[in-house]
Design a protein around this ligand. Structure first.
Ligand code: ZN
Length: 172
């Protein structure tokens, strides 16, 4: 099994053949995504199944990766795991898109080959949060430790649990 995914595909042909693709796409190869991430290291694991439901050609896919987004509070990088699946119905007109009966998003196909990379990139861009933010209170951490603002913390006293432990002790 090859890890390499083709970029340009004919989705109708793949659907006729009930093809299945799986492999990886380099994060660095997705140019539009570059504006939203602070590091383009790493891969996106992709699985795509092509099928037909009656006459309707359908693409069902999933992707898994971890992106480095910029936290909008502290402006430091944060890793943002992404694991999503999508289902697309191939249509050739808006009318067909309206008439999609099965539960999937329309994918316009005008006979020209479709870029699998762009398709995956679209799904990722749709899933990106508007306002990425660390789950913990990262500003509190940085303001209480100004000297350490630029670097990653190598200091155990920054551990929020040590504060909790102290509180517990004094409470007794
Ligand atoms: Zn933050």
């Amino acid at each position: 099994m090859s890890d390499k995914l083709p970029d340009l595909i004919d989705p109708m042909l793949f659907a006729e053949r009930r093809s299945a693709l799986s492999g990886v796409i380099k994060i660095a190869s997705l140019e539009r995504l570059a504006d939203f991430i602070v590091s383009n290291d790493g891969d996106i694991k992709v699985e795509v199944l092509f099928a037909k439901h009656g006459k309707q050609a359908v693409i069902a896919g999933s992707l898994k990766t971890s992106l480095s987004l910029e936290c909008q509070s502290c402006l430091q990088g944060m890793s943002w795991p992404l694991d999503l699946s999508f289902k697309l119905g191939i249509v050739s007109s808006l009318q067909e898109a309206d008439q999609l009966k099965i539960d999937c998003e329309p994918l316009m196909f005008n006979g020209e080959k479709v870029s699998l990379n762009e398709l995956i990139e679209d799904e990722i861009l749709l899933a990106l949060p508007d306002y990425p933010k660390h789950e913990y209170d990262c500003m509190l951490k940085h303001s209480s430790k100004d000297a350490n603002f630029d670097g990653d913390s190598q200091n155990q006293t920054n551990n929020p649990f040590s504060v909790l432990a102290k509180l517990k002790k004094t409470g007794e």
